[in-house]
Ligand binder design. Structure first.
Ligand SMILES: [Mg+2]
Length: 216
């Protein structure tokens, strides 16, 4: 009897928002601005748009059995992900909400010495690069995959396959890290990738210990 080969993680794909930083106020601002965008698109008040968004999120979640992204809710209500992000780019000021955390900078710098690092986000490229720069995380990723690469939000099997092909590793060698299991981790796990759920900085910081304990 031969044992299955021990797989070694060689690359890490991080989600951005809620994973590499956590900010309730920025998350709330994104939801508010989505409601302002939907209000204009549908000719209703922002409060009415917010109620539509909430009801649609619940309906879609019930239909699909998984948590729904803002992109999916927006499309279902007749908006477009492109227009939503053009609005975000114009309105959102991540710098007003975020705080650089040197522990996260150090974590990614250390991990970058041993692993290929990638970013895969449902945020758009302009805001993503602004956020990375502000957090001191720019230049640490071999490649950034943003929603405007193909205007297909996570979870998306085609995009995931494209990303794995770009990285050029077997799924078992690519660890996915994210704060929403249904959005960031379920599909990669189904493909055979290891996954790590992180919803606050303390959980994120555990990655270094978890990954380096296997690599004496
Ligand atoms: Mg996230």
């Amino acid at each position: 009897m031969s044992r299955p080969p021990v797989t070694v993680i060689r690359d890490i794909v991080f989600d951005l928002d809620g994973t590499l930083y956590v900010s309730q106020s920025f998350a709330a601002t994104i939801q508010e601005q989505a409601a302002v965008y939907m209000a204009a698109a549908r000719g209703v008040s922002p409060d009415e748009a917010q109620m539509l968004i909430d009801a649609t999120r619940i309906r879609l979640a019930e239909e699909s059995g998984t948590v729904q992204t803002l992109s999916a809710v927006c499309t279902s209500l007749g908006g477009t992900v492109r227009d939503l992000h053009a609005w975000f780019e114009q309105q959102l000021r991540p710098e007003a909400h975020l705080m650089r955390d040197e522990r996260v900078v150090a974590l990614l710098s250390h991990l970058g010495e041993r692993f290929g690092l990638y970013l895969y986000t449902n945020n758009n490229r302009v805001l993503t690069m602004r956020i990375l720069e502000y957090l001191g995380l720019d230049g640490l990723f071999s490649r950034v995959f943003a929603i405007d690469d193909a205007w297909r939000a996570k979870p998306d099997e085609g995009m995931l396959e494209r990303i794995l092909a770009t990285i050029g590793r077997a799924p078992a060698e690519v660890l996915f890290v994210g704060d929403r299991y249904d959005v960031d981790l379920r599909l990669p796990e189904q493909k055979g990738c290891p996954v790590f759920l992180s919803q606050n900085v303390e959980q994120l910081l555990r990655l270094e210990e978890l990954l380096t304990s296997d690599h004496p």
